[in-house]
Design a protein around this ligand. Structure first.
Ligand SMILES: Cc1cc2nc3c(=O)[nH]c(=O)nc-3n(C[C@H](O)[C@H](O)[C@H](O)COP(=O)(O)OP(=O)(O)OC[C@H]3O[C@@H](n4cnc5c(N)ncnc54)[C@H](O)[C@@H]3O)c2cc1C
Length: 177
């Protein structure tokens, strides 16, 4: 048993070679299970192109409604949470956007749309090519650098992001415009 850096544990499994008979048996079991299941439905996945805008007047969209994505980066809910966090920060007491909702939503779109669109696109790429998947903690630093240089989405890019700073920067730009 090995203890991972993050408190997880892993166990080395013995290598198994499965015979044709084993495989046939497994398939029969699967078929039997399917026969006993109810309401079997195909799970369709659709690639959506990024939408032109996420807000109109005082209304906005967030989460899957704003950036529906393929599941292959496991980032859909993460991006929905980031959307909610951005709205929370923008409309907090730190700023005065509650006095101008449309301006606040414009900032929300500026902050969130490019990042979510990048993840949306990376998720579509990972559907076709496993090498496009973000590396999680198993990616070594040099590998992560190489992937980033190739324009691939990396876990460092996802986890190293500082939304508070990003919003501060954009608010500063707005005040100087
Ligand atoms: C199998 C699977 C695995 C996933 N794994 C991951 C993962 O590991 N990591 C990750 O980050 N993401 C993952 N996701 C993606 C994630 O679940 C979604 O991106 C996330 O749930 C989006 O949240 P949301 O609030 O935008 O939308 P939803 O969770 O879809 O919520 C929308 C809600 O609105 C309700 N609704 C719809 N229409 C109406 C209406 N007219 N009136 C009232 N209510 C309505 C719906 O019933 C639903 O409850 C996974 C998704 C699936 C399906």
């Amino acid at each position: 048993m090995r203890r991972g850096k993050e408190g997880s544990s892993s166990k080395k499994c013995p290598c198994q070679t499965s015979s044709r008979a084993d495989t046939t048996h497994s398939i029969r079991n699967c078929v039997a299970l399917l026969k006993n299941s109810i309401e079997r439905m195909p799970w369709r996945l659709y690639v959506h192109q990024p939408y032109n805008y996420w807000f109109k007047g005082k209304a906005c969209i967030l989460g899957d409604s704003a950036h529906p994505m393929m599941p292959h980066q496991s980032q859909g809910a993460c991006q929905a949470i980031e959307d909610a966090a951005a709205l929370g920060i923008i409309f907090s007491n730190k700023y005065s956007f509650t006095g101008d909702i449309t301006k606040g939503l414009e900032l929300y779109q500026t902050i969130r749309k490019p990042r979510a669109t990048r993840v949306q696109s990376a998720s579509a790429k990972a559907t076709e090519n496993l090498n496009e998947r973000i590396g999680f903690t198993s990616m070594t630093a040099p590998d992560a650098e190489l992937a980033a240089a190739e324009g691939k989405l990396t876990i460092n890019e996802m986890n190293g992001y500082k939304m508070h700073y990003h919003i501060e920067e954009e608010v500063l730009k707005m005040s100087m415009a």
